[in-house]
Design a protein around this ligand. Structure first.
Ligand code: AMP
Ligand code: MG
Length: 326
């Protein structure tokens, strides 16, 4: 049984192919890079439209299969940028109708968790999902992935990218900030945790103002230390509250070694196991959509009706029923 999954929520157009055991046969992608600034929705939509066929071809080649060998089609239905989401939706509908195979719209955030669990063999983690557009602390209780804490404004990745742009670095700026943060002295930043929620946009404004009077190293170091401490605090509280003993880090920002270090210290102190998704599968990718499609298929072999596959730009993690976890 093979599922072909299409990711198309933001910068990445990806197609992955997985089997029912969770073997990943291919995970091809083409990532849109803005010439200036952040993601330009119209340019990004055009990019995905232009690369879709090639990514499909490559994915089938890598998996060493033909299109007719595919049994299930899935795509990222939301949350994401509307025009960009539509490319994946239209492409996958066309494939499903052509091949007469069941079609599944997958929640992008849940796909990040499921691929993480598959690849790290964690079973019931508190997940810290940190990417460009999303920042959520998620755990499974009573049939759903519940959001225990989240950003009230921008995602941490987006905050890093915006600061990076201000410092003159290319997009995406997260890795550059990590490099400069290796040496630096701490300068004071606001620490914005409200209950279990976080806010980064005020700290970002503060950082921009401080650029004039402080070194790049000090800014990058202090920005990371502050924001990552906030993320670690909220994650720790979710662990304490749910009494779970695993933490899973995923999303593009999961690549950051300092964030990994802070979380692993917290986990060690609490006696919890800490897992990080392998980098290839931490950022947006098609394999995670394919694997989640496979999980959905097991509980709904007929797939969704076409009218149920409309994109859902604000689709929340906790709106989705999860029949595959008992
Ligand atoms: P995603 O949206 O999940 O594909 O993740 C993309 C985000 O991850 C961008 O905002 C990047 O700046 C960020 N990112 C990638 N590598 C790193 C890193 N080493 N440290 C911090 N952020 C990173
Ligand atoms: Mg993502």
């Amino acid at each position: 049984m093979l599922c072909l999954g299409i990711e198309s929520t933001a910068h990445t157009f990806g197609i992955g192919i997985v089997d029912e055991k969770g073997n990943i046969l291919s995970n091809e992608k083409d990532v849109y890079k803005p010439k200036v600034g952040g993601i330009h929705p119209k340019e990004c939509t055009e990019h995905h439209l232009n690369v879709a066929n090639d990514v499909l071809k490559k994915s089938l080649e890598t998996a060493k299969i033909n299109l007719n060998d595919i049994d299930i089609i899935s795509f990222s239905q939301g949350p994401g940028i509307p025009g960009v989401l539509r490319i994946g939706a239209v492409f996958s509908r066309a494939l499903a109708l052509k091949l007469k195979k069941p079609l599944f719209g997958v929640n992008h955030c849940i796909a990040h968790i499921e691929i993480g669990k598959l690849l790290t063999h964690s079973i019931d983690p508190v997940t810290l999902y940190v990417s460009g557009g999303n920042t959520q602390v998620i755990a499974f209780t009573e049939g759903k992935y519940r959001i225990f804490g989240e950003t009230q404004d921008i995602g941490i990745g987006n905050a890093l990218d915006k600061l990076a742009r201000e410092l003159g670095f290319e997009h995406p700026g997260g890795p550059k900030i990590e490099e400069y943060a290796k040496s630096g002295n701490y300068i004071n930043f606001s620490y914005v945790v409200k209950g279990m929620d976080l806010s980064f946009s005020g700290i970002l404004t503060e950082a921009k103002k401080k650029i004039k009077n402080h070194s790049i190293n000090d800014i990058c170091y202090s920005f990371q230390e502050t924001c990552f401490a906030m993320l670690t605090e909220v994650t720790e509280r979710a662990v304490a509250h749910t009494d779970k003993n695993e933490v899973l880090l995923t999303g593009g920002v999961a690549a950051n070694k300092r964030l990994q270090e802070m979380l692993s210290i917290m986990c060690k102190e609490r006696g919890a196991k800490f897992y990080v998704v392998p980098q290839e599968f931490a950022g947006d990718n098609g394999a995670m959509i394919a694997w989640t499609g496979m999980l959905m298929y097991k509980y709904n072999p007929h797939g969704m009706k076409i009218y149920e596959t409309k994109i859902n730009r604000f689709w929340r993690t906790d709106e989705v029923d999860i029949p595959w976890i008992s």
